[in-house]
Design a protein around this ligand. Sequence first.
Ligand SMILES: NC(=O)c1ccc[n+]([C@@H]2O[C@H](COP(=O)([O-])OP(=O)(O)OC[C@H]3O[C@@H](n4cnc5c(N)ncnc54)[C@H](OP(=O)(O)O)[C@@H]3O)[C@@H](O)[C@H]2O)c1
Length: 457
Amino acid sequence: MKEILDAILAQSTQQTSPGGTAPGTAADFAALPLPDSYRAVTVHKDETEMFEGLTTRDKDPRKSLHLDEVPVPELGPGEALVAVMASSVNYNSVWTSIFEPLPTFAFLERYGRQGELGRRHDLPYHIIGSDLAGVVLRTGAGVNAWQPGDEVVAHCLSVELESADGHNDTMLDPEQRIWGFETNFGGLAEIALVKSNQLMPKPRHLTWEEAASPGLVNSTAYRQLVSGNGAGMKQGDNVLIWGASGGLGSYATQFALAGGATPVCVVSSEQKAEVCRAMGAEAVIDRSAEGYAFWGEDGEQDPREWKRFGKRIRELTGGEDVDIVFEHPGRETFGASVYVTRKGGTIVTCASTSGYKHEYDNRYLWMSLKRIVGSHFANYREAWEANRLIAKGRIHPTLSKVYALEETGQAAYDVHHNLHQGKVGVLALAPREGLGVRDSELRARHIDAINRFRSAA
Ligand SMILES: NC(=O)c1ccc[n+]([C@@H]2O[C@H](COP(=O)([O-])OP(=O)(O)OC[C@H]3O[C@@H](n4cnc5c(N)ncnc54)[C@H](OP(=O)(O)O)[C@@H]3O)[C@@H](O)[C@H]2O)c1
């Protein structure tokens, strides 16, 4: 592993084009010996019942996440092995680590039934992680667009595309999986296995840990809010964003601002409100300070609280309702989200963190011609567009804190307990923060915006 790391650290500013390699580099990297094994963050199949009887909150990722030495997987056609310099924690790492709503080994078993290549994934350990920034080490048969030495980030959509269903929108492929969640060999490790059509150029002005942090949430927020497959946000829209300083929300807020819309940010503390202001948002609601209680003690929702919330939104928008609600908290907020959306507006949802059995008053939906749109991750094109905005410095990473690989349990604990802001990074092979910048001029133009989030967080 040392030889690989030395070669990457020696690359400095040699690269000639985004995703391209300097002459000779591809052959040099292809000649580097692969180690037999590498360090990876895992959950273990024989521990999936370790939290039996505990509440969700008491299930502790620090107990279930391990740092193991694991063998390098066999490389298949259309795939790439990548040396991971940095990764990040997503909420899906929390779900895997607490074995909710079900142990992710069920996904690996299903993949394992798919054929010879799928079988590699069905192991007694699951290497998690759905983001990476790193360097291609090997490519499999049939890979022409990428070569060893390319500096890359990976999006997390793994598709087989053998069925016609996925060919208009790859998210509709019946064998669509989230890499590092529904597949093995994820990014919270020193080496990762991806399909080559997950690769995208690493933004050249960012450090490894900054480049690894937007990936999953940035692409998801892009499809959910901006893409025609999601809400199709347009200039002038008012967009209510739940968890606006969190993983998804910090990118949704930036997309709204960059796209000429007005974000109405909802957060749960003054510090998080400050983070939203640091991104440029002006309309911010502190849901804790204002004490919204959408659900009463009796287990029923209280429409008076929806109304109070709607009134507050109008105060911030000059009397207007929101065109789009960017939903993900789910059960706790969904009734309010449907209520406050303007006539003809869109509630777009990609998750149900607080519970997936939603209740809302359907009269407010059908009588006001609103629509609910389901959204899930992003196709390659959408992920590419979202990454391109990062690479151009139009959208910035929202990294708040960085941990070492062996501290991933604590990083996941922070996200599970909502102690974090934006994204939490993890260093894999990178020996320290701050490495990997290839375009200092572009960085200098955006350094204030990049630093603003972290300073406020
Ligand atoms: N389908 C997909 O492709 C996809 C992709 C990414 C994420 N997700 C899912 O989306 C969810 C959020 O992910 P994330 O990365 O943004 O997580 P995150 O970084 O934890 O941010 C979520 C934010 O939502 C707010 N929130 C949480 N519970 C809430 C509640 N009961 N009521 C109101 N606000 C609440 C919190 O902000 P405040 O406390 O400041 O209000 C929290 O910081 C997770 O369930 C994740 O699994 C789905």
